[in-house]
Structure formats: C-alpha cells, structure tokens
Design a binder for this molecule. Structure first.
Ligand code: ATP
Ligand code: MG
Length: 399
C-alpha cells in the first residue's frame, strides 16, 4: 500500500474501535489503481459528523450540512464525509439536502462515474459494486446507472466527464456520450463557479485537445459563460500547442483568439467570475500580446509591461507562431534584466530631491519631471546616479 494510505491507517483504526466503518473513496482510489500520484485522500465513513467529532478531539467543520468534517490527525488533515444519499434534485443541480446513511454501497451509488465509485478499506481490499475497475482497465468514463438520469440530477457531471477525458485520456462510454450530446443544454442550470472549476481543470489536463474537441462536438461549449458565439475561437485554440501553458496564459490566449473589445473582454471574464486579480492580469497579457503582434519590444514597453507579463506574452507570441515556447525567451529576459531601472522606486532621485534642488513648492510639475528623468534613464541618456541626473537637469535647462 502507498505511504499516503498507510499513514491514515491509525485514523481508520480509531473510527473502527468506536464502532464505525471507514473507506478511502473517489479520486484517490481511482488514481491508485491507475498508478498515478495521489495528492490527498478522501475518506467516507458510516459515522455522522457529530459522531466523527466525538471520536476525534481536533476537527474543523467545513461542510457539515453535506456531511464533511476535517480531522486534524498527527500533522495531517483528512476530509471525512459521512455515507449519504442525495435528496431530491431540483433544477438539475446538486440537491440542497442530503440524508446520512450507514450503508457504503448506497453512498457509492450516488457517485458520478463508475471509476469514481470504488472504495478501499484499510487493508487495501477494493469494494467495487459498479465495476469501476473494469472501466479503468478499459479506460472509459461511464455514469453509475442511467446517464440520462444522472445528468438530469446534476448537469455538472457532463463537464466533469469531459474534464476527466482531459486529465486521464479516457474516452466516454457510448451511452454516456449520447446522453451528454442530448442533454448538453442542462448545463445552463449550473452555477458559474462550478463550471469554471471544471473548465480550468480541463485546460490543464494533458489530453486537453481531445477534451476541447468534445466540448465543441457535443455542443457543451455553448453553455459555458460567454462562449456561445465563440465556436471559431475554440476551434482555433485547438490548433496550438497548449502544453506547458499556465492557467493564466490559457485564459489570455483564449481571450486573444476571441478578439473582442477591451470592454467586452472585461465582461467576458466577469461572466466566468474569475478573481479580480486574475482578470486584470489576463487582460494585461492580452493587451501586450496585441502590442507584440505589431511591434517588437523596446525599452519603454519592456519597462511598462514588467517581467511576469513579458515572459507570458513572449511564450504566447511563440505559440501563435507555432514556434517552440522558449524561442526568444532568454533574449527577452536578458534585455529586461539589462534595463537601467525596473520601476520608479529604483530611480536615484526622488520628488523630494527635485523640490529641494529647485527651491520651488511641490506640485504636478514634480511628477512630470520624474517622468522625464525616468525616460532619460531608460533610454540611456543619463546614468541612474544622483549627481549625473542633477547635472543632466541643469544641462537641458530643466532645473
Ligand atoms: P480530482 O482528482 O480532481 O480530485 P475526484 O474524482 O477526486 O477528482 P472530486 O471533485 O474531488 O473529484 O470528488 C470526489 C468524489 O466525489 C468523486 O470521485 C466522486 O465519487 C464524487 N463526486 C464529486 N462530484 C460529484 C458529482 N457532481 N456527482 C456525483 N458524484 C460526485
Ligand atoms: Mg478529489
């Protein structure tokens, strides 16, 4: 058994001593069978959240209404979720209420795909009533029970199927795929945040090309925020080598291909409910990428864009030209590092100096003069030294 599972065994023993059951479930069991690396384990238990809190002295409530309690154990944290069935599904979304149960199989039955419905006990025995191992062997994604029903219960599962195609390079089993095509429109009912999470995971998966193609073929893309009119851009995105792009670079490239006005760009990003910081950065990268398509970098643009943006823009520029990602990167890096200053704070003089030297009162003129000095330093017209700048100011009659 892998160390990540072994480490949790004392916790399982504690639950069992208290008269309850516990199993590893979900992605960790699937990934274990696949021989993939596992980042964290999910545990399902017959104990209710209150019972879990009685068994373990240190816990945090995270989603108690859905049955999840975090247990602090040794130096690790574990998410324990009570066996449950989901209440009634209304509007094709996750149910608001859940019922806690004592039976593992019922809990496995509510899970989305057979590959995700396998449990493993502390000895490493697999409990697999829905033939998840067989699906993993065949590399297929298949709903537990009727795909039509399962997608009507929670339409996000359709997006999850496609993101697993991207992450695992599995294919979608035929009936599941047919239901996905037929009911793609149900995705309209799903909260943006949930779609965004899945879309971002999809973009980062190794098999993203096939997954993006599936979004197009099944029509699912139409129900992603702001995407209904952008089939062409999504098709274009497929032609590029997206490997090794960061999350923010993916968004920027998508925006660049969509090619909308700055105001529309902002609206588009808002529709996805991305964090403000991320929206701003993506927008900046797109602006600079547009600039980069009609002119090479010069000292002013390198300085204004800054290191992080320059590198992303250059990588995307290379991708757009079907060149290896790293083409020209070291050259641009070197040029940036060679700039006399990287920001205003690095100027050898401050507004205070200017006021003192001129004997005048402060005012808007100070900023104007600092702008001039900044430019002169960047262009190599004057060294970034106090005395040199003072002299330069006197010489060009600027003092
Ligand atoms: P990842 O590697 O991305 O964490 P995962 O399979 O663990 O993949 P999670 O979103 O962490 O995915 O969910 C954990 C488990 O919960 C899944 O394996 C699945 O059994 C179940 N699950 C998650 N979302 C749903 C859903 N919308 N409908 C049914 N079951 C779900
Ligand atoms: Mg998980």
């Amino acid at each position: 058994m892998m160390p990540i599972f072994k480490k949790a065994i004392p916790l399982f023993e504690r639950i069992e001593q208290a008269g309850f059951e516990a199993y590893f479930v979900g992605g960790c069991v699937r990934d274990y069978i696949l021989g993939k690396e596992i980042a964290d384990v999910d545990i399902a238990t017959s104990a209710t959240p209150q019972e879990v809190k009685k068994v373990f002295p240190r816990t945090i409530d995270v989603g108690i209404e859905h049955g999840t309690v975090v247990v602090l154990w040794d130096k690790d944290t574990y998410e324990l979720t009570t066996f449950r069935t989901d209440g009634e599904y209304i509007d094709f979304r996750r149910p608001s209420d859940v019922t806690f149960i004592r039976n593992l199989e019922e809990d496995l039955k509510r899970r989305d795909f057979t590959m995700n419905s396998i449990a493993m006990d502390k000895e490493g025995h697999l409990i697999d009533p829905f033939h998840g191992q067989e699906a993993i062997k065949q590399r297929i994604i298949k709903t537990v029970g009727s795909a039509t029903e399962r997608f009507h219960e929670d339409a996000l599962r359709m997006m999850r199927a496609v993101r697993f195609v991207s992450q695992l390079s599995f294919s979608i089993e035929i009936e599941t795929l047919q239901a996905l095509r037929k009911y793609a429109i149900l995705l309209e009912n799903i909260a943006t945040e949930r779609k965004t999470v899945e879309f971002e995971k999809l973009l980062q998966g190794e098999n993203r090309k096939a997954a993006l193609q599936l979004l197009l073929d099944t029509g699912l893309f139409q129900y992603l925020p702001g995407m209904s009119n952008h089939e062409k851009s999504l098709t274009q995105l497929l032609q590029y080598n997206l490997k090794e792009l960061s999350n923010i670079e993916m968004w920027s490239l998508l925006l660049f291909l969509i090619d909308i006005s700055p105001t529309e760009t902002e609206l588009f990003l808002r529709k996805w409910k991305l964090p403000v910081k991320k929206m701003k950065l993506a927008k900046s990268i797109v602006d600079w990428l547009q600039f980069r398509h009609h002119s090479p970098w010069d000292n002013d643009s390198l300085y204004k864009a800054g290191r992080e943006i320059i590198l992303s823009v250059e990588r995307l520029f290379n991708i757009c030209h079907h060149q290896p990602l790293c083409t020209s990167i070291s050259d641009v890096k070197e040029r940036y590092e060679g700039l006399m200053i990287k920001n205003r704070q690095e100027l050898a003089v401050s507004g205070h100096d200017l006021i003192e030297w001129s004997g005048q009162k402060g005012g808007p003129w100070v900023k104007g003069k600092l702008d001039l000095i900044e430019k002169a330093v960047l262009h190599g017209e004057v060294d970034n030294k106090r005395e040199s700048i003072r002299e330069w100011l006197l010489n060009c009659n600027q003092n």
